[in-house]
Design a binder for this molecule. Structure first.
Ligand code: NAD
Length: 479
């Protein structure tokens, strides 16, 4: 790789940065690199490039599919460049960063296997009525800092396969791996099809408000998602919003803890708890409470936390300083309010944003760490007496991303799981990455879905082609 990986990609090439901003390594808390700060004129240029590339790109789905498959190969080949960048800017252990690179390629391949369906409603001697799913034009894709590469692929893949072109903007906290993605894909995607810009906010707002994109595909917090929706309202841009969650898990009284304790633990703590679909509240029958807390606390204490670039580290630091401060605040407040830390409970020594994996017990709904999305290595464990009461508490939130029920009787669990008010309900697992499945949030956790055919179609406009054959095209319904 001769090209520099930290450049913005516009129309297939570099655009020199007029200004830069610092990117922090969360393992040290210090700036380790500079990223380009996209100017308003450069954003216009990126959107113009995407507009210019659209007419040709929309023509041939076969070429688009081949390009996505080539992109997946290119990403895998570049894992040695992408994964360390991801660890340095985001904090996750290097093995997890490699896994994210592989998931990124897998997501593009799963998208490439989809097809835009041809739907014929009527085709006879009198008329042809066909439903077409046509691309929209330029789509603005805005991503958060927890899975910069995978989310870029999950969002851009279907948008591109549908025939749209993209301006992609990563979080200013983790711009480098996405910039690198833009650079390495320059030789497999035609110029202007995928443009990548980075910058401090208000770049995101500027992109969301810009008149060129016909759709905004956004993943991030609920608060920002609402701002994006307001910006989109002005010219009725289409929207996909994948937002925050506060996933509840309910253990039933017959759960096999030996079989599931590891899965339960990592469902809450993978990526240092910074997963939209992580388990964020755990409801446990009172009779099994101490046993469950102890099993989780044992695991929390044994996790090796450290700089993700070091071997054997299982959990890195929190990715960004504001999130580190927020997790400290939520946990301190819970402890001051009477909760007990069965494991962890505070920051770890050192300059980085390291927080001890924390299991909170003797805590109820109403504590902020239970009611709000904590998005960190913390799991409040809440006792319940009656399963209907646990379900009501799980559903008693504005969030509705995912949820899970755990039991030795999968059918019993599934009956309850179906009553969780959320986009995905799992049984005996949680936060399981699965290709080819639609994913989206209910209530304040999102709008629309990504993945599978439903996700692909959400990047298209539905249009009816109605051809009258013969002489009866009066425009008046005759029957
Ligand atoms: P965030 O909302 O702070 O930022 C997300 C992105 O929006 C960033 O790129 C940011 O620069 C940009 N942005 C900021 N203001 C904007 C504006 N006014 N208009 C347009 N863009 C703007 O979120 P975050 O802190 O980066 O990410 C964490 C959140 O993302 C959590 O709530 C998490 O649950 C959520 N998330 C959801 C999913 C999902 O699929 N539902 C997946 C991952 C993360």
């Amino acid at each position: 790789m001769n090209e520099s990986l930290d450049q913005m990609t516009v129309n297939g090439g570099d655009v020199p940065a007029k200004d830069t901003f610092g990117v922090h390594n969360p393992a040290t808390g210090r700036v380790f690199a500079q990223a380009p700060d996209c100017s308003p004129e450069q954003l216009d240029e990126a959107l113009r490039a995407a507009s210019d590339a659209f007419p040709l790109w929309r023509e041939d789905i076969g070429a688009r599919r081949a390009a996505l498959l080539a992109a997946a190969d290119r990403i895998e080949e570049s894992a040695g460049d992408l994964a360390p960048l991801l660890t340095l800017e985001q904090g996750k252990p290097l093995a997890d960063a490699h896994f994210e690179v592989m998931l990124t390629a897998m997501s593009l391949r799963a998208t490439a296997a989809l097809d835009v369906p041809r739907e014929v409603i009527r085709d006879d001697e009198t008329e042809l009525i066909e439903v077409l799913h046509q691309p929209m034009g330029v789509v603005a894709v805005i991503t958060p800092w927890n899975f910069p590469l995978t989310l870029a692929a999950v969002k851009c893949g279907p948008v591109l396969l549908a025939g749209n072109t993209v301006v992609l903007k990563p979080s200013p906290f983790t711009p480098l791996s996405t910039l690198a993605l833009g650079v390495i894909l320059r030789d497999v995607l035609p110029p202007g099809v995928l443009n990548v810009v980075s910058g401090r906010d208000p770049l995101g707002a500027r992109l969301a408000e810009h008149p060129v994109p016909r759709k905004i595909s956004f993943t991030g917090s609920t608060a920002t998602g609402k701002r994006v929706a307001a910006a989109a309202a002005y010219d009725l841009k289409r929207l996909t919003l994948e937002l925050g969650g506060n996933d509840a898990a309910i253990l039933l009284d017959d759960v096999d803890l030996d079989a599931h304790a590891d899965s339960l633990f990592w469902a809450a703590f993978v990526n240092c708890g910074q997963v939209c679909a992580a388990m964020k509240r755990l409801y446990v029958p009172r009779a099994r409470y101490t046993e469950v807390v102890d099993a989780l606390a044992d695991r929390a204490r044994s996790v090796k936390v450290g700089d993700g670039m070091l071997p054997d580290v299982q959990m890195g630091p929190l990715a960004i300083a504001p999130q580190f401060a927020r997790v400290q605040e939520l946990v301190s407040e819970a402890l001051a309010g009477g909760a007990t830390a069965a494991a962890g409970g505070g920051r770890l020594d050192g300059d980085g944003y390291f927080f001890a994996p924390t299991i909170l017990r003797d805590i109820e709904d109403g504590a902020r760490v239970v009611d709000e999305e904590q998005f960190g290595p913390v799991l409040p464990v809440i006792a319940y007496d009656d399963v209907e009461e646990a379900l009501a508490r799980a559903n008693g939130t504005q969030y509705g991303l995912d949820g899970s029920v755990w039991s030795a009787d999968a059918d019993r669990a599934a009956t309850l799981a179906a009553r969780l008010e959320c986009g995905t309900s799992w049984v005996n697992t949680h936060s399981m990455p699965t290709q080819g499945v639609p994913m989206g949030g209910h209530k304040w956790s999102g709008l629309g879905v990504e993945g599978a055919l439903a996700g692909l179609l959400s990047s298209t406009e539905t249009k009816v082609l109605h051809v009258v054959r013969g002489g009866n095209g009066t425009g008046i319904a005759l029957s």
